[in-house]
Ligand binder design. Structure first.
Ligand code: CA
Length: 222
């Protein structure tokens, strides 16, 4: 098992590297975010351990780049004490787990084993439609390998259509996916969101059958 450790603190980095090496892992330790990014882009790692505060490129940016490249390896982020927002940001950006400094090396080792076990049985969460791929677990969308930011309602439309390519969903069926009970629905909300989605994912991504509804072409339909 090969692990990448991105940690600029020399004492913590050395302690983590030595402990993991003793457990039999191959550990590449990078002290700067740019070098860590290059290593992650080039090499094959079974897991990455990312400190959030790093020179060059911080851990959150590293994580986002890694997921944008569709690298699915488990990631554990190392955060400072009390930094609740950074823990949340890390999980939202696709981290599998986090550990708070100062941490116990045995606990870190257990979290690594657990993340590796989960990733071994991880189902493939991607739906691919042409150059668009959708990760249903992370609720994220990529076009040609680059992350695309969709609003929650835009994502709801894309997900509903992408789960059944070729099936036509009416405007009211899409509204049901976008709004909770009791929420007021703008009469042209579906059109507005679909316009926005087409701008982000391509004019042909969502097709319209006038008066009936919308669908995504199956891949073979082009
Ligand atoms: Ca740091």
């Amino acid at each position: 098992m090969r692990l990448l450790l991105a940690e600029d603190d020399r004492m913590i980095g050395a302690a983590v590297r030595d402990a993991l090496a003793q457990d039999g892992y191959v550990v590449d330790w990078m002290r700067d975010g740019l070098r860590a990014d290059a290593a992650l882009a080039d090499g094959h790692y079974d897991l990455a351990l990312l400190d959030l505060g790093l020179p060059g490129k911080d851990g959150l940016e590293l994580l986002r780049s890694l997921r944008a490249r569709r690298q699915a390896m488990p990631v554990i982020v190392i955060t400072a004490r009390d930094a609740v927002e950074s823990r949340i940001a890390g999980l939202d950006a696709g981290a599998d787990d986090y550990i708070v400094k100062p941490f116990d090396l045995d606990e870190l080792a257990a979290r690594i084993r657990s993340a590796l076990r989960r990733s071994a049985g991880r189902p493939e969460p991607d739906l691919a439609l042409g150059d668009i791929s959708i990760n249903l677990t992370r609720r994220s969308v990529q076009r040609q390998g680059h992350g695309v930011t969709l609003s929650a309602r835009e994502y709801a439309i894309v997900e509903a259509l992408a789960l059944r390519p070729g099936a036509i969903l009416s405007r009211s069926q899409l509204e049901q996916r976008m709004y909770g009970w009791g929420e007021e629905v703008d009469s042209n909300a579906v059109e507005v969101h679909i316009h926005a989605i087409r701008k982000k994912l391509g004019a042909d991504f969502i097709r319209n059958v006038r008066g009936v509804g919308y669908y995504l072409p199956r891949p073979e339909q082009g």
